[in-house]
Design a protein around this ligand. Structure first.
Ligand SMILES: Cc1cc2nc3c(=O)[nH]c(=O)nc-3n(C[C@H](O)[C@H](O)[C@H](O)COP(=O)(O)OP(=O)(O)OC[C@H]3O[C@@H](n4cnc5c(N)ncnc54)[C@H](O)[C@@H]3O)c2cc1C
Length: 147
C-alpha cells in the first residue's frame, strides 16, 4: 500500500488551523506543530490586557479545534529550522519528515527601525497571553484598570 502524502503545518494560528481544516477531506496525513498547545485568538488580547476577559476565554487547545479532522494530528514542538534538501522540519528535540510543508508561524511586532524602543518606559507589545496578563496586572496595580 502506498504511504499517505505527509503535510506538515508549522503553526497553529489562524493560517495553520485553516490550512488543516481545508485539508480535512483530502487523503493526506496532516501534522500540525506548534510550540504552544493552544490556539490564541489574538484580536481579543487587548480585552485581556484591560481586564475585560480572562486568558482562558481567548485560548483553545489546538487538538480540540482539530478534533474533527481525522487525518490531522497535533504535535507540541519548537521548530528551529528546515532542511529542504532532506524534506525535514528540525525541532529542538528531533525532526519531522514531510512531502509538503506549510509554514504559518505568524509575525512579530516591530518598532519602525527602533528595536531599542522595545521595553522602553513600559512600551510593551501585546502579542501573547503572558504580555496581556502582565499589562492587566500592571494597570490594576497602578489604578489604571477599566473598571
Ligand atoms: C493585539 C492584536 C490584535 C489584533 N486584532 C486584529 C483584528 O482585529 N483583526 C484582524 O484581522 N487581525 C488582528 N490581529 C492580527 C491577527 O491576529 C494576525 O494577523 C493573525 O493571528 C495571524 O495569524 P497567523 O496564523 O499568521 O499567525 P499566529 O496567529 O501568530 O500563529 C502563529 C503560530 O505559530 C506558532 N509558532 C511560531 N513560531 C514557532 C516555532 N518556531 N515553532 C513552533 N511554533 C511556532 C505560534 O505559537 C502560533 O501559534 C491582531 C493581532 C494582535 C497581536
Amino acid at each position: 500500500m502506498e504511504a499517505a502524502h505527509r503535510v506538515v503545518i508549522v503553526g497553529g494560528g489562524f493560517a495553520g488551523l485553516y490550512a488543516a481544516l481545508t485539508l480535512k477531506h483530502v487523503p493526506v496525513q496532516v501534522t500540525v506543530v506548534d510550540r504552544r498547545n493552544f490556539h490564541l485568538f489574538q484580536p481579543l488580547l487587548c480585552q485581556v490586557a484591560t481586564g475585560g476577559l480572562s486568558p482562558g476565554d481567548i485560548a483553545a487547545p489546538i487538538r480540540a479545534v482539530l478534533s474533527r479532522c481525522r487525518n490531522a494530528h497535533v504535535m507540541l514542538g519548537e521548530v528551529v529550522g528546515f532542511d529542504p534538501a532532506r524534506r525535514e522540519v528540525r525541532l529542538s528535540d528531533g525532526t519531522i519528515a514531510y512531502d509538503t510543508l506549510i509554514v504559518a508561524v505568524g509575525a512579530r511586532h516591530h518598532y519602525f527601525g527602533h528595536p531599542e524602543w522595545h521595553g522602553w518606559r513600559g512600551c510593551s507589545s501585546i502579542c501573547c497571553i503572558w504580555s496581556s496578563s502582565r499589562t492587566a496586572c500592571s494597570c490594576s496595580s497602578s489604578g489604571r484598570g477599566t473598571t
